[in-house]
Design a binder for this molecule. Sequence first.
Ligand code: URA
Length: 229
Amino acid sequence: MSLPPSRAELSEWLAYLRDLGVEGLRVRPDLPRATPPTAASSAADRLRAIREEIGECTRCKLHRGRRNIVFGVGDPGAKLMFVGEGPGADEDARGEPFVGRAGQKLDEMIRAMGMERREVYIANVVKCRPPRNRDPQPDEVGTCAPFLFAQIEAIRPRVIVTLGAPASRLLLDSRDGINRLRGRWHAFRGIPVMPTYHPAYLLRAYTRENRQKVWDDLQAARERLDRDP
Ligand code: URA
């Protein structure tokens, strides 16, 4: 995948050149100056490139049953990113993540953080609907995960909230269950990650105790965003 380098990659290259003894880079005065892209616009370009790379994907068996690839939605410059598991029937029909009942619950969770859906970025572990909404299988996750990782690198949010076990396990490279993982900070490639329950689980088990746990996780994420704006 040929994506433009990220800021982190560029600064690594510059450090490497410095180590080699390069003392400066000269800008040719005869070339027109490109206006430096804003963080948000270059993230948008990178996301477009990732989407193009995915194309009309047939890399795994999930493509057979899908209607739409559900790439991701939101602000390419988002400070907060949510990662779910995979599209359900509504998402498959619309081509957008979290638009069904679980999506309404996620919208509530976002509002509880004092934010709006359009301010965040939302993506999933797999981009095609698993049959009968089963969990994505390891080969499907393995095939699709590089695209999610590329989306995260493109956006470099300040905080990621993983929704449920599959997303949490993937980003944290863990086999633990969500009850062990949620409620404390982890990291994915240097980005703080707070796992919490999937909104579909909350719909099924809407107890005071579970609501409190999700509230605590989201408040921790909110505080972290406020602390490192
Ligand atoms: N559940 C998910 O994990 N993702 C969606 O997009 C919708 C429901």
